[in-house]
Design a protein. Structure first.
Length: 68
């Protein structure tokens, strides 16, 4: 099934079915975002344990570090 087929199928759903689908999609997106945040946390924790993270309160240093 292609994406356009899926879109056409969704168009044919009832309002109740579309609302339920919307709720499900929002839930799936939240879960995926949560998992992404957790994976980033684990990576940052590993980098911190390996001494690869740098901390600074110097605004110019922070600007340089994000432009790299």
């Amino acid at each position: 099934m292609t994406f356009s087929d899926l879109v056409e199928t969704v168009k044919d759903l009832s309002i109740d079915e579309k609302e339920e689908l919307q709720m499900l999609l929002e839930q799936y997106l939240r879960e995926e975002r949560r998992e992404e945040i957790y994976e980033n946390f684990k990576l940052a924790r590993k980098e911190e344990q390996q001494g690869e993270l740098k901390y600074s309160t110097d605004i110019n240093e922070l600007k340089r570090s994000i432009s790299v």
